[in-house]
Design a protein. Structure first.
Length: 277
């Protein structure tokens, strides 16, 4: 599947990268329109996407210190982004000895819509399916899973366990059943195809702050889905040619090279020191 950068996803990525001011001040609407315009998103699409995020309770309207209309992150949105940071910018390699977290759930037939929500949420958190009603993930995802289930009021339907896989199949073989590894590898290869050339270009011929902002936000918007589709399994459980490590290295290099350079372009718009339409 080709990369798709939707206006709503780009706005979430923007707030994740540049929109979390320590004083929780709102991002001016005019600045958001101008900054998303650099990525090819027109003003009506920005306004429509902001309205949807507002209806979901993720953005709150407010006024900047200069009196301009803007939107700040809600407390829930900040928590979601903080949880995401632990995955998106993770640097440590998992160890098999850390074990697994199991989510075992049962939902009454009268509430089967919650069963669908529960399955989709566990899948988005990176869980694989060990058996009907039994989902599994690396143990380090426990806290985030607990927070997500409580936030969605799904915790009464779930029991969480932590433990080791003791057989009977080899763990590497079981993992290949629990997750669709070829599909996950394809997502990493897609990321590499889009963004590895960008990294090479920056290393050979650095450009300006606006280009850094654009290239970084596109890379972040692509990458932030991957640590959820891919639970990041221990290396000994994965094929020898697994592309996940290389794609993580490419994103980390782009982050270190471009994030702060892009901030030089963004911050004048947030502070009102740059011209906005």
């Amino acid at each position: 599947m080709a990369e798709q950068h939707t206006p709503r996803s780009l706005i979430v990525s923007f707030y994740g990268a540049y929109g979390r001011a320590p004083d929780e001040s709102p991002v001016p609407v005019a600045a958001l329109i101008r900054l998303l315009g650099v990525l090819g998103v027109d003003a009506p699409s920005v306004r429509s996407s902001v309205s949807r995020l507002k209806r979901r309770g993720l953005l709150l309207p407010g006024r900047t210190a200069a009196g301009a209309a803007g939107y700040a992150l809600s407390e829930d949105a900040r928590r979601l982004l903080d949880d995401g940071d632990r995955r998106i910018y993770a640097r440590t390699e998992p160890k098999l000895s850390e074990g697994w977290v199991l989510a075992v759930f049962s939902v009454p037939e009268a509430e089967r819509h919650k069963r669908h929500l529960l399955r989709s949420r566990l899948a988005r958190l990176g869980f694989g399916t060990a058996a009907p009603g039994v989902w599994i993930a690396p143990a380090r995802l426990y806290e985030e899973t607990r927070n997500a289930l409580e936030r969605l009021e799904l915790s009464p339907y779930v029991d969480l366990f932590r433990g080791d896989h003791l057989g009977y199949a080899a763990t590497a073989g079981a993992v290949a059943r629990w997750w669709d590894l070829p599909a996950i590898a394809g997502l990493h290869e897609e990321f590499l195809a889009a963004h590895e050339p960008v990294l090479r270009a920056w290393r050979s011929a650095p450009a300006g702050a606006e280009d850094a902002y654009r290239d970084y936000l596109l890379a972040l918007d692509s990458w932030r889905r991957l640590p959820y589709a891919d639970p990041v399994l221990p290396a000994e459980l994965l094929p020898d040619d697994w592309p996940g490590r290389r794609s993580a290295e490419v994103f980390t290099a782009l982050h270190e090279l471009l994030r702060d350079r892009g901030a030089e372009y963004v911050l004048p718009f947030l502070s009102g020191d740059a011209d906005t339409p």
